[in-house]
Design a protein. Sequence first.
Length: 134
Amino acid sequence: MKKILLVVSFLCVGLSYSQTIQSKNHATTGFIKPDGTIQNQNHLTVGFIKSDGTIQDKNHSSLGYIKSDGTIQDKNHSTVGYVKNDGTVQDKNHSTIGYIKNDGTVQDKKHSTIGYAKGVDMYWSAVTFFFFDF
């Protein structure tokens, strides 16, 4: 019995370090771990965001990059968008396509809620909601 409780405790602690990605209806669509591992709703790894800003698929092939100034690039280093310090998300032409709010709410350009990413870095949220499909 003690072993079962210990295993359950470790699982709960491990899962609590992942930040949940949710749809507008609060259905879980995935998780982002503090190390940048992106998982689907079944906890299967579907991608990575590395500490240097490299965005990778599950096979570690580069999909794009997050630059230090908030520029989001594709694998060829072409700009696909921008994330401003205030959470405004823009396409490559600087047209606003959405917002990442301080509380983790993700909104489209009309301020309609499209999802939630509480506790997730806003650049990572923008990558998963607006720029790359995991």
